[in-house]
Design a protein around this ligand. Structure first.
Ligand SMILES: [Zn+2]
Length: 271
């Protein structure tokens, strides 16, 4: 039996703790699955009532018996009072190839601009590591997830699930109105590994010589419900236009969706 429980159990355990580690003062959204009643070494089971979602640090402490069963049971049902979920993207890389809505962006600081808002962009820190910033567009009227130079915050309005892989590779956010966001890192050793993973999206000829391997691909997809703006994993749709497998290398702005200020305000409601 695998120690990681199936999807529906993980979802329930995340929801119980409000999508962040419930140990007081922690709140880290990178969660792992701790078995305590009974512990895994006594019985291999995936019964959610005997499990709790904890961050890696606190799961390690729990494995060493730092917390009594009763305490963990109480934590499972204590309403968390945090207003938003906060976390940090932990993969620090200097060479990042972004795959956003099925199109490639390399050394392109602003990938998506909507009106005057940089909706997806990169900057570099003092050591040259790339930092991702993102504002998720919506027509729900409620604020959506934001990433500011690798620090993300997700308000709780309408959130139906937040899934952050324990090692920081993936962030997946789902809203009850259908808005969605997914971000995932993958290391690519060479062009062959890029091709075997992404197939037709890479295109038939050799990739541009300015792209140096090894590098890290960051995949971003997002869907804005009721809008004509959709960045699914294989293609980008804006209005009636669809694009897929395009390369944007060393451009200032990848895609600029020019909208009037009132529409821009609707896409990015503030708290
Ligand atoms: Zn913790």
């Amino acid at each position: 039996m695998n120690r990681t429980p199936q999807v529906d159990v993980r979802r329930e355990l995340r929801r119980e703790v409000g999508f962040g580690c419930p140990i007081p003062g922690c709140g880290i959204p990178y969660l792992t699955w701790h078995h305590f009643d009974p512990p895994w070494r006594e019985e291999q089971h995936h019964r959610p009532e005997g499990m709790i979602a904890l961050c890696l640090t606190h799961a390690g402490q729990a494995d060493a018996n730092a917390f009594e069963s009763e305490y963990l049971k109480d934590l499972k049902h204590s309403e968390t009072d945090r207003e938003e979920v906060r976390g940090e993207l932990t993969w620090m890389r200097k060479k990042v190839l972004a795959l956003v809505g099925g199109n490639w962006y390399y050394e392109t600081p602003v990938i998506l601009k909507i009106g005057a808002t940089d909706a997806i962009s990169f900057s570099r820190d003092d050591e040259g590591y790339l930092l991702l910033s993102l504002r998720m567009p919506t027509l729900s009227g409620l604020p959506r997830a934001q990433i500011v130079e690798n620090f993300f915050t997700v308000g709780r309005d309408q959130v139906s699930d937040i899934e952050c892989a324990a090692r920081g590779r993936t962030i997946k956010i789902e809203y009850s109105n259908g808005d969605r966001f997914l971000q995932e890192y993958r290391d690519m050793a060479d062009e062959d590994s890029l091709r075997s993973r992404y197939g037709d999206l890479v295109g038939s000829g050799p990739v541009n010589e300015s792209i140096e391997f090894p590098l890290t691909v960051v995949e971003v997809s997002e869907q804005t419900k009721d809008s004509r703006l959709d960045f699914d994993p294989l293609s980008t749709r804006i209005g009636g236009m669809q694009m897929s497998g395009c390369w944007s290398i060393r451009n200032g702005v990848g895609v600029h969706f020019d909208v009037p200020p009132d529409v821009e305000k609707r896409f990015f409601p503030v708290n």
